[in-house]
Design a protein around this ligand. Structure first.
Ligand code: SF4
Length: 379
């Protein structure tokens, strides 16, 4: 398949240890495997570079796993392949996901010499007891120091990830996490409700009765506190789980929510052609390093109904909302009428607003967003 893509995602499948809640694809292994992975990644990039029209990139995102597990020399090798194969836009957003414990002074200094201009830190919480429960490797203090170190080194585009609804976490404790995160020199905040993914260690802990899920009332109160604290601090709530200071939205992630195409390389990486074809590299590091650039992958061709559902789901997640005009152009006037019909009762109920031809979740709607969006789905 050929993409009209301007976003490149690189999946780095390594973690120093596994967090109990995580179901992302990653493994724990040593420098030899990392070296083989980097060479395999460079081969895949070379083979797939022409999927990016004009080989021009507006965003590059290193996600994982833990990209900060790559050494500066390994990152340098990856960026030198990217620089040789593509033309980065002058204002390209280049994000590295990082864990606080990897961000030593030497590592941060080395990052400055690379094209990375945005760092997204997995903080999750500042509470050390909860961090230990989650098997995170850093303390709350270390997370603060990592952000301050990055800022002092000149990184002005910093994001932190938090999780709420942790086992035993109270509303006051969550409030404390928010206050501490928003006091940091960051311009972006992502906050997710904890999910008990089947098969994870956390899921098994719940099965054994060792931890209890936060109840709905507490989760909603935490979400409400998140919105109140972030907006009071000057952040814009631009996607259900994402907040940014004006002008600092995550551009790469925004392309996922606007249905823009992107190319994903590395084991477990996803790609999308912006219309109907998704590709997933199989999450198998050994096969990937052995076979790249003939990367084991599967392709999924979305039916028209699946494309419609995806379009609605992603657009309604954002503060920009769903443009009825754009929907009509893409799916036809019948689809537009169908959406207008379904929207009517939610607009009347105060869960959606309709202005400038756009449907948007209201504050009330944000609390029941799954229910609202599922009403539009074609089955
Ligand atoms: S949460 Fe991040 S660091 Fe933890 S196991 Fe998952 S990918 Fe690795």
């Amino acid at each position: 398949m050929t993409f009209a893509a301007a976003g490149l995602y690189l999946h780095v499948p390594f973690c120093q240890s596994r967090c109990v809640y995580c179901d992302f694809y990653s493994t724990t292994c040593g420098p030899a495997e990392r070296g083989r992975y980097v060479e395999a990644l460079c081969r895949e990039l070379e083979a797939r570079a022409d999927e990016v029209p004009g080989r021009r990139l507006a965003t590059v995102y290193l996600g994982g796993g833990t990209p900060s597990q790559l050494s500066p020399a390994e990152l340098e090798r990856v960026f030198s392949a990217v620089g040789r194969l593509f033309r980065l836009a002058p204002d390209a957003e280049v994000t590295l996901e990082a864990n606080p414990d990897d961000l030593t002074p030497a590592y941060v200094e080395a990052l400055r010499a690379l094209p990375v201009n945005r760092v997204s830190l997995g903080v999750q919480t500042f509470c050390d007891a909860r961090l230990r429960l989650l098997h995170r490797r850093h303390t709350g203090r270390e997370a603060v120091e990592a952000v301050e170190r990055l800022a002092a080194a000149g990184f002005d585009n910093l994001s932190v990830d938090l999780i709420y609804g942790l086992p035993g976490q109270t509303l006051d404790e969550w409030d404390d996490d928010l206050v501490r995160a928003l006091a940091l020199p960051v311009c972006h905040l992502s906050a997710y409700a904890l999910i008990y993914e089947e098969g994870t260690a956390l899921w098994q802990m719940r099965q054994r009765g060792e931890v209890r899920e936060a109840d709905d009332e507490l989760s909603l109160a935490m979400f409400e506190r998140l919105m109140d604290r972030a907006t009071a601090a000057g952040f814009i709530h631009y996607e259900i789980s994402n907040f940014a200071r004006p002008g600092w939205r995550a551009r790469h992630n925004s392309s996922y929510w606007t249905g823009a195409p992107y190319v994903g390389c590395g084991p477990g990486a996803h790609s999308f052609d912006g219309r109907s074809t998704r590709r997933r590299n199989l999450p198998d590091l050994a096969a990937y390093t052995a076979l790249s650039p003939r990367v084991p992958m599967e392709e999924e061709h979305l039916t028209p109904d699946e494309q419609f559902n995806d379009y609605i789901l992603t657009a309604l997640r954002t503060a920009d909302g769903l443009s009825l005009d754009a929907l009509g152009v893409r799916f036809g006037l019948g689809a537009r009428a169908e959406v207008e019909r379904t929207a009517r009762r939610h607009v009347a109920g105060g869960r959606l607003s309709l202005a400038d031809d756009r449907l948007r979740l209201t504050r009330r709607g944000l609390f029941v967003s799954d229910d609202v969006m599922s009403d539009f789905m074609r089955v």
